[in-house]
Design a protein around this ligand. Sequence first.
Ligand code: PLP
Length: 381
Amino acid sequence: MIYLDHNAITPMRPEARAAMAAALEVFGNPSSVHAAGRAARDLLDGARERAARAIGAAPGDLVFTSGATESATLAIRGVLGAAAARGEGRRRLVVTAVEHPCVLSLARALERQGTPLTVVPVDGRGLVDPGAFRAALGPDVALACAMRANNETGVLLPVGELGAAAREAGAPLFCDAVQAVGKIEVDVRTLGADMMALTGQKLGGPRGAGALWVRPGLPLAPVSGGEQEKGRRAGTENLPGIAGLAAALEAAVAGRASEAERVAALRDRLEAGLLAVVPRARVNGAGAPRLPGTLSITFEGCDAEALLMAMDLEGLCASAGAACHSGNTKPSGVLLALGLTEDDARSTLRLSLGWTTTAAEIEEALRAIPFLVERVRAAIH
Ligand code: PLP
């Protein structure tokens, strides 16, 4: 199997497996005062310190969650709740058009319930113009949201500038950094955001474990009832998940610089090889700063779902758009936001490389994909 779907999930790192196995032996509840509870509390505190250090945060500012979707929900609902409690009339959300559904779908659902929403468009490369973002802000804005790296195209948004614009308008900025952490430098002290989400399965950690970093002093209303995580995320902590997340995060960040260089070279080889051989192929986000391992490529006239099935038969795993949207017949909203036609959006393949990807796998993919594209094109026309 040649696995080129690391933006959906990347294999577990040995460090994460070992940390999870050890944590499974610690059965206590961190909230209990007895010895078993204290052992669990020590494990939790240690994981929090390691995870926080990896992103330049103070341990007390990290909230462990079940993943980025919950982190985004806590950020958005928490800030809206706190703003409503203050009664300052800050109710509006401003989000970019390329946010993951954990932000965009929630924002649209809240809009249907009466929360005003402004969606800031992107240009043809997938970039948000900071001037347009600034123009969308105002004294009625409760929260702005901008992701660091897009999961479909890999395009990097200028979160520093967007966060500065949000703060000028008196609103905090939430950043979904799920695809960026461990791939490019992410340090909450320089990111320019006020809250940041990350998740385990994109880092070589487990599924169902994530975190939200919250700038100290930022008012966040509780969205669940209970005392854990300073009342910000109630419920008994997922200790094995948290231990695995912290270990994966530490390992991903420690190896980031050399890994990013290696993966970028493989992605560039794959991209150049496909463009050289496959006619009517275009790279989405070309010309914008991008993640090292993501390649979103449109093969005009080649149905991506059919291509994925043909690739699967050859042992090649990839995605059309985002994995979480597959099985969905709607074309990717992210690609439409870049200005692709519906047909082109449906003819787009996402190849994402990661820490286990080898040069031999890329050569094999380069041998197989052009042939499969032509076969799918010929079957359709
Ligand atoms: N944000 C981005 C950019 C993602 O790629 C994903 C992964 O699917 C998520 C958020 C959601 O993460 P989770 O499944 O941990 O909630």
